[in-house]
Design a protein around this ligand. Structure first.
Ligand code: FAD
Length: 460
């Protein structure tokens, strides 16, 4: 193990930085309700809060397998995008006919997200501080130029940077160009979950933690959710279980669990931040297929994450996979190469999380049990803000409302399903090999071009 990683906590920095308080009780007696929500991450909590707004008198019950926000929502980078489509370029490439709508709805969602935080007094650490996209190679520079053209086409403010102008935002030998977009936010992930949970409870949502749902069935007019000790009989159900093994058989091939890893440094001094030119509060991501995303924490550390995207045969999910020395060492080595002046900095936290990767790189939503159950998942690494939109989409679906959200082809049409093993592993390996090759050469290999033509993507 390299020295910089010799004393890291396995707990995500975010959850270690807040006091989550006592757990809500587990469900121990059968109960019935108007709406049951399975999953207490961003998606489930937004669904509960928005459902309460829409149905003030309804009985709303949320069931969480562990503690709220201990899975993806408490492990993210907290990049809060003005997008529901994994960015403007992705919307144009994959959904050209409705790209304009997707881009508009994604931007409006971020405005509404901030408004909701303000209205409910949610202290999410939200700041609209912008994002810097950086490029390391000539083809990545071209990619940023294309991105800037796409942004301008939709009236989205952005600035291309190089030389001195780039060094004033970030001074690293690794990057030669940048694109700064001011309309991009950051949140403190664990605080956001904790606050959403608090506001849900204050608004009469009943939350049961340590209450995993093990089965969904129908009894008469109700949907029955089975937990280890008791049942919930619900008129309507939201499934917000993200990357966990899905409760509905039909969802099993719709996404795969991909492990993504993060490091957080010890607090950096003002001189250390100045040595890399990063004096602002904006987030940064580089531009490869295998990309890093990095940001500051409120107490002056750097989160440095991404690059590896690890799939385990058979879509295996295992808590042991949340720690992966090989990925942490790769990240630490890349950090030292990117920021030579910080090569001696130590990391204090190292953790992994599971990304629900769909073959279209954006979430999908749908209904089951004759329209009484709705689900939304497949966020593929961009779900912080999209989770709010997905929650609203599910509530529209359950209410049978015909809205701009429910009419979206992006969410209505299913992503191409992943094939069964061993083909699944083989396809993931081939895609990852192709993405790495493109990062090195700038040329998209034939296998990836074939997937593009079939509308299939792979990202994290
Ligand atoms: C390491 C990492 C970094 C990321 N960084 C970013 C980022 O910077 N920006 C961004 O936009 N997105 C990012 N993402 C993606 C984003 O975090 C997710 O899309 C988002 O948190 C999804 O929220 P969720 O509520 O759907 O899922 P989760 O937070 O995973 O919540 C699902 C919940 O359902 C519960 N659950 C599952 N099964 C059951 C069951 N049977 N019964 C009861 N409860 C159940 C789980 O315990 C869990 O708490 C990242 C993801 C990871 C893993």
């Amino acid at each position: 193990m390299i020295a910089a990683l010799s004393n890291t906590s396995t707990e995500p920095y975010w959850t270690s930085a807040i006091d989550a308080g006592a757990a809500s009780p587990a469900l121990t007696a059968d109960t019935s309700c108007d709406l049951a929500i399975v999953g207490g991450g961003f998606t489930g909590l937004w669904a509960a809060l928005k459902a309460r707004e829409q149905q003030p008198g309804a009985r709303i019950v949320l069931l969480e397998a562990g503690r709220c926000g201990r899975e993806a929502s408490g492990r993210t980078g907290g990049f809060c995008a003005p997008s529901i489509s994994h960015g403007v370029s992705n919307a144009l490439a994959r959904h050209p006919r409705e790209a304009e709508t997707l881009i508009r709805l994604g931007r409006q969602n971020l405005v509404d997200y901030e408004r909701d935080l303000e209205e409910y007094g949610i202290d999410a650490g939200f700041r609209l501080s912008g994002k810097l996209n950086v490029a390391a190679t000539p083809w990545q520079v071209e990619g940023l130029q294309a991105m800037a053209r796409n942004y301008r086409r939709f009236g989205i403010e952005c600035t291309l940077l190089s030389g001195e102008a780039l060094a004033e935002k970030l001074d690293s030998p690794a990057y030669v160009a940048g694109l700064f977009e001011p309309n991009y936010a950051l949140i403190h992930p664990a605080r956001t979950v904790s606050e959403l949970r608090r506001v849900c409870l204050a608004n009469g949502v009943e939350i049961f933690e340590n209450s995993a749902v093990t089965g969904v069935s129908r009894k008469g007019a109700d949907i029955v959710l089975q937990t280890p000790q008791a049942h919930v009989m619900a008129s309507r159900v939201v499934l917000a279980t993200n990357a966990a093994a899905p409760l509905l058989k039909r969802l099993k091939a719709a996404f795969i669990p991909i492990y993504d890893y993060s490091l957080v440094t010890e607090p950096l001094s003002a001189a250390q931040w100045a040595s890399i030119g990063w004096t602002g509060d904006f987030s940064i991501a580089d531009s490869g297929n295998q990309f890093h995303y990095f940001r500051k924490t409120p107490d002056g550390r750097m989160l440095w994450a991404g690059y590896d995207a690890i799939y385990h045969y058979g879509s295996r999910r295992d808590a042991a996979n949340l720690q992966r020395d090989e990925s942490f060492e790769r990240l630490a080595t890349q950090f030292a190469a990117t920021f030579p002046s910080l090569a001696d900095v130590k990391f204090t936290h190292a953790w992994g999380g599971i990304i629900d990767t769909s073959a279209r790189t954006t979430f999908f939503a749908g209904r089951a049990f004759g329209g009484q159950v709705a689900y939304a998942m497949g966020f593929t690494g961009q779900g912080v803000s999209a989770s709010r939109f997905a929650a609203l989409t599910m509530l529209d679906l359950l209410a049978g409302r015909d809205t701009e959200r429910t009419r979206l082809k992006m969410t209505r049409r299913w992503p191409v399903p992943f094939p069964p093993e061993p083909l699944r592993s083989l396809a993931v390996q081939l895609a990852q090999k192709g993405l790495a090759e493109e990062d090195l050469t700038g040329r998209r290999p034939p296998f990836l071009r074939l997937l593009d033509a079939l509308g299939i993507g792979f990202a994290s």
